[in-house]
Ligand binder design. Structure first.
Ligand code: ME8
Length: 494
């Protein structure tokens, strides 16, 4: 039998290193981590990248405000990013920083390829620029004369710049969009397709005034626009163009997990740049929705940010991961509130999962010495494993978690329907076989979503988290070594 191992390259946005990250930022990393852990679980060779976007005017200003040298400032911010990802159990294989020398060299090499392909020219640039979003806007796009994204003041920039011939790629992009299901959710693909069909303008890819940036290789007065710099991280993280090993193995990306606000850069600008360089395009863009508070996007500029560390301290990383995935479907917006969070902890983590594992292990420990836990598979049929695998392959991890949860509820129902606590002898053995095997399967399937919880359940059952064992044992026996532990989750008093 030939076993083929698939590769899976997954990325998150690289976050601006100008400030602390909030719950909205944590969202993309948790989603990507669940997918990365799932793919590792099913045996894929995974490369998972996150990182920091460290150049540009916004960062320079923040460093000045903090009274620090630019590089010291970003070092300090990045340390906090890494602490957050560690606290959230984000299992990235690589943390890429755009101030790494190798990345800076990769960006220059990338721009040289664009130039070689005659896709760069010099012209005057004039437009509205928002420093905070590092984005140019047209007059039409402004909202009451301010940045449509963050509401801050914009300024007119008129300067010499080098342009990338984005317009040249309009037909190629249309062709690509018509042949591929590229962006999820689907309506985001339609949105981008409409914008491409409406006509593409060339984009400026250098700035003369921003010096905290990578020098443009063909003109010492110009610096590379921070978005071009940032997008190339997906290549440089694999060692491109100097080291082929990871690049050959993992390119192209299987999915870029992003927020819906940066879809244009990832779904139009990035593919066009890659086409110009003759590099393969990413297979999918997963454009996630926003976390809102009182219907407003959670963002620093609105002063309504929620600190993920304080939620982890109070309720655990797994509870937060669970909430972020379960509360809303990935592409849609969802509102965060403490009440909703606590309701999910008490009503689902405690009452469904925690309760199931505690009840089953209590029954198993109470069963007479040497109880065999043997029987026939009744409950295992309730697990919709194929549907779950399909949902995960489609990046629909909210549906995936709902399918697992349905099974957890079926297992609790099985205890009640069979009055498992009152059974004896062969009937008790059969019920416990079903319940222990179900808990074992749950420990495996829940692991990508809540790694600490998956491990705790497996430790209490004395079983392994391996996908090849994700079905009821064919010999009709549960063969773990039970050691009941504490409740998995504690009820939060309101
Ligand atoms: O855009 N809910 O960085 P960034 C959900 N450096 N997602 C949110 C959110 C919210 N309330 N607030 C922010 C950048 N995000 C660039 C990326 S990638 C090559 C360069 C998400 O720090 C937002 O949608 O401003 C974006 O995808 C991500 O956080 C990074 O934000």
């Amino acid at each position: 039998m030939v076993i083929t191992i698939s590769k899976f390259y997954i990325t998150t946005p690289i976050y601006y290193a100008n400030d602390k990250l909030h719950l909205g930022h944590a969202n993309s990393n948790v989603i990507a981590d669940v997918l990365a852990r799932w793919h590792r679980l099913i045996g894929d060779d995974v490369f998972f990248v996150t990182g920091s976007d460290e150049h540009g005017e916004k960062i320079e200003k923040a460093a000045v405000a903090a009274g620090m040298q630019n590089i010291d400032f970003v070092d300090y911010e990045v340390k906090k990013f890494k602490e957050l990802w560690q606290r959230l159990n984000i299992s990235n294989d690589r943390f890429i920083r755009t101030t790494e020398h190798a990345h800076e060299e990769a960006v220059k090499a990338f721009v040289e390829l664009l130039n070689k392909n005659q896709d760069i020219y010099k012209a005057k640039y004039s437009g509205w620029y928002c420093v905070y979003e590092e984005t140019f806007w047209t007059e039409l796009e402004l909202k009451n004369g301010k940045c449509p994204e963050c509401g801050r003041d914009v300024k007119i920039l008129e300067e010499d710049a080098y342009f990338f011939r984005l317009s040249k790629y309009q037909d190629k992009l249309l062709d690509f969009y018509n042949k591929n299901s590229f962006i999820l959710p689907k309506y985001r693909q339609t949105e981008m397709l409409n914008r491409i069909s409406g006509g593409l303008k060339d984009i400026s890819i250098t700035r003369p005034s921003v010096k905290w940036a990578i020098q443009f290789p063909f003109d010492s007065n110009q610096y590379i626009y921070v978005w071009v710099d940032a997008l190339v991280n997906y290549l440089s993280a694999l060692g491109w163009p100097n080291s082929d090993v990871d690049f050959n193995k993992f390119w192209p990306p299987d999915v870029h997990v992003i927020g819906k606000d940066i879809n244009w850069f990832h779904s139009v600008v990035w593919p066009a740049l890659l086409m110009s360089c003759g590099l393969q395009l990413p297979s999918n863009i997963l454009a996630t929705g926003f976390w809102t508070v009182n219907n407003e996007k959670m963002s620093k500029s609105k002063g309504n940010v929620i600190d993920p560390i304080s939620l982890i301290d109070k309720y655990s990383a797994d509870a937060l991961r669970y909430f972020l995935i379960k509360e809303k479907s990935i592409g849609e917006d969802g509102s965060f509130s403490n009440d909703a969070f606590i309701a999910r902890i008490n009503g689902e983590l405690v009452a469904d999962l925690g309760n199931l594992v505690y009840r089953v292990l209590t029954l198993a420990e109470k069963a007479e010495e040497g109880a065999k836990f043997e029987g026939r598979n009744e409950l295992g049929k309730k697990l919709e494993l194929e549907k779950l695998e399909k949902a995960m392959a489609d990046f629909d991890i909210n549906l995936g978690l709902n399918i697992i949860w349905q099974f957890i509820r079926e297992a609790n129902k099985y205890i009640n329907d069979n009055k498992a606590w009152a059974l004896q002898g062969a009937e008790l053995s059969n019920a416990l076989y079903n319940l222990l095997e179900s808990c074992r399967l749950i420990s495996i399937l829940i692991y990508p979503f809540m790694p600490e919880t998956g491990e705790k359940i497996a430790a209490q059952l004395g079983t392994k988290i391996e996908f090849k064992y994700c079905s009821f044992s064919p010999d009709g026996k549960f063969s773990g070594k039970i050691k009941k532990g504490d409740y998995l989750f504690k009820k939060i008093k309101i």
